[in-house]
Ligand binder design. Structure first.
Ligand code: AMP
Ligand code: GLY
Length: 425
């Protein structure tokens, strides 16, 4: 089976590792990939927006499956186009990708299919005055979300009404571009967050172990929101009872509903949950694997991952192609450039990756570049150092042990990844 992987981040490197380790694969191509991915995949020099050339490449190189990592090409209709050309793709069509590209659409679907989520209302720019009135009568804190894709930055949690009014004006005046033409105003949910991925074929699904991201910049969940500073899996907060509730109240009704609407969901359904006293509510849906949760989660799967994605993409998922490792935990610590998520410098040499790998860790590249056989920093999130263990504590210790071998100028990372899971043991 020949595979084309789209994307260039840490998530895609983790996908690439799991795909390359699959017995069923043949030629592997990455568009564009990164220095970690390109150790086992061949680079494809086509722009991701150039759907014509992607289709042509797939036909010329007998691609059996295209795996799409990021959300933007899915929102832009890459899967629709590939399907039209008879090419198998793991990733939803744009009408189903709206679960991520429009918060209002996601909320409307949740309301329609009775999926537990925060109460909300959506306002357009022309409803400016009503939206401000709505804020005045809203309980605190108030959550405001720009409707469209905003690279994870379009959510503001206002602790008082004044801040909510300011945030609304900012969104309507274009702080998040067109994404803020509509704004969802919703209730604040209390509890602890977890991420659950369902690999879907449109009707049926395979549930991977639950994970927890660490979105804040600093230890103890302080500082700014980032793309994610680390993750661990399985997340003990997602007890068996929580997982069953998520399947019965979220995944099954959503898949059945979307199928009925004529827009079946094929791909990775990311359920971002708030869990309070064993009761899950949906905070958000994403239509692709999470980053950095994927780096932790895929460590726990054994078998033919590529075949799992292929059977999902072709309409009948074969859940027996992979199994979840028992009594195994995984932790991913993100190494970032000093200053991230604000301004940071790049171009610094990274040392010690080999040593960390020889120590048993997987070091996933996120923002790196390769020059004359050396690896340099090239982004905010640079590497995802990931290690397993027979307990959560052991996987955390192994991950930080691997981190201790790696260095680059102004390297920063959180020292408490996974700690929030330890209280359950
Ligand atoms: P989203 O982009 O929808 O995932 O939101 C980003 C982050 O904002 C989430 O991961 C939560 O930490 C937080 N958040 C979003 N919506 C809510 C909500 N209704 N209640 C509490 N926190 C929320
Ligand atoms: N880890 C959060 C996300 O992938 O959206």
């Amino acid at each position: 089976m020949n595979i084309l992987l789209i994307g260039s981040g840490g998530r895609e490197h983790a996908l690439a590792r799991a795909i390359a380790d699959s017995p069923s694969v043949g030629m592997l191509y990455a568009l564009p990939g990164n220095p970690g991915i390109l150790k086992t995949f061949q680079h494809v020099n086509i722009k991701v927006e150039d759907f014509n050339s992607i289709c042509k490449f797939c036909k010329q190189n007998s691609i059996d499956l295209v795996v799409v990592g990021p959300e933007q090409p899915l929102a832009d209709g890459l899967a629709d186009r590939l399907i039209l050309e008879g090419i198998n793709v793991f990733g939803p069509i744009s009408a189903a990708a709206k679960l991520e590209s429009s918060k209002d659409f996601a909320k409307a679907m949740m309301l329609k299919f009775k999926i537990p989520t925060a109460g909300y209302r959506t306002f357009t720019v022309s409803q400016h005055d009503v939206a401000h009135q709505y804020i005045d009568g809203h309980s605190l804190p108030i959550v405001l979300k720009a409707d469209g894709l905003a690279a994870g930055k379009g959510v503001i949690i206002a602790e008082n009404h004044y801040d909510a009014h300011i945030a609304l004006d900012e969104m309507f005046s274009g702080l998040f571009g067109n994404a803020g033409n509509r704004v969802v105003i919703e209730e604040f949910l209390r509890g602890e967050e977890a991420s659950i991925f369902a690999i879907c074929d449109g009707k049926d699904y395979f549930l991977t172990p639950a994970s927890q991201d660490h979105k804040r910049q600093f230890d103890n969940d302080e500082g700014k929101n980032t793309g994610g500073m680390g993750a661990f899996a399985p997340a003990p907060i997602a007890t068996d009872s929580v997982l069953r509730k998520v399947e019965e109240r979220v995944i099954k009704p959503l898949l059945a509903g979307l199928q009925k609407e004529g827009t079946p969901f094929v791909g990775c359904l990311y359920c971002g949950l708030m869990i309070d006293k064993d009761e899950p509510s949906v905070v958000e849906f994403n239509v692709r694997f999470g980053d950095p949760e994927t780096q932790a989660v895929l460590e726990l799967l054994d078998g033919d991952f590529a075949k799992l994605l292929y059977t999902a993409a072709t309409g009948k998922i074969d859940k027996n192609t992979v199994k979840v490792l028992e009594n195994t935990f995984s932790t991913c610590v993100v190494l970032a450039s000093g200053g991230y998520p604000d301004d940071y410098e790049k171009g610094f040499e990274i040392i010690g990756i080999e040593k960390a790998v020889n120590n048993g860790a997987n070091v996933y590249h996120a923002g790196t570049k390769s020059e004359s056989g050396k690896i340099f920093t090239n982004g905010g999130r640079v590497l995802g150092v990931t290690a397993k263990g027979n307990s959560l504590a052991e996987s955390i210790a192994n991950a930080y042990d691997a981190v201790s071998h790696i260095g680059f100028y102004k390297m920063i990372y959180r020292k408490d990844i996974g700690f929030k899971g330890l209280k359950y043991f």
